[in-house]
Ligand binder design. Sequence first.
Ligand code: FES
Length: 149
Amino acid sequence: MSKTIKINGVDQPIDVDENMPLLWFLRDRLEFTGTKFGCGSGLCGACTVHVDGVATRSCIMPVNALVGKSITTIEGLSKDGNHPLQKAWLENNVPQCGYCQAGQIMNAASFLATNAKPTDDEIDNAMQGNICRCGTYQRIKKAIKSVAF
Ligand code: FES
C-alpha cells in the first residue's frame, strides 16, 4: 500500500520520488499552482502552506516527511475563496504583482489561529519572514488588522 499525504482533505498517494519537496508535488503533480516558488531555500515564504495547521515552507519539506500529516494550500483555505483574510486582501487592495500573496495569506491565517488579537509588533514579527518585493507590507498589516480587530 502506497504512502499518502492528506492535501486539502483528500488522501494523495506519494507516487513521486519521496525526496521531492512538497512544493513541487503540489504544483507539478497535483496542479495546485497557488503555492509559489520563490527562493527554493526556505527564505522568502512564497511557498507557505499549512502542515497540521502550522505555517510551513513547502520548498524545503520532502514529501516523505509528511506521511500522515494534513496539508492545506491556498486552494483549500476556504471552499469558495471567501476566507476572511482573502476578503480582507481584496477590500484592502493588498496585492501588487500578487506573486507572494498566497504565502502571505497562509502565514497570516496560521498566525491568527494562534493569536486572534495581535498587536502591531506581533503582526510584524509573525510576518517578517514573508518577503514582498513590491513592498505591500503596510497593506498586508492593514488587512490582517481588519480581520483581527
Ligand atoms: Fe520556499 Fe522561498 S520558495 S521559502
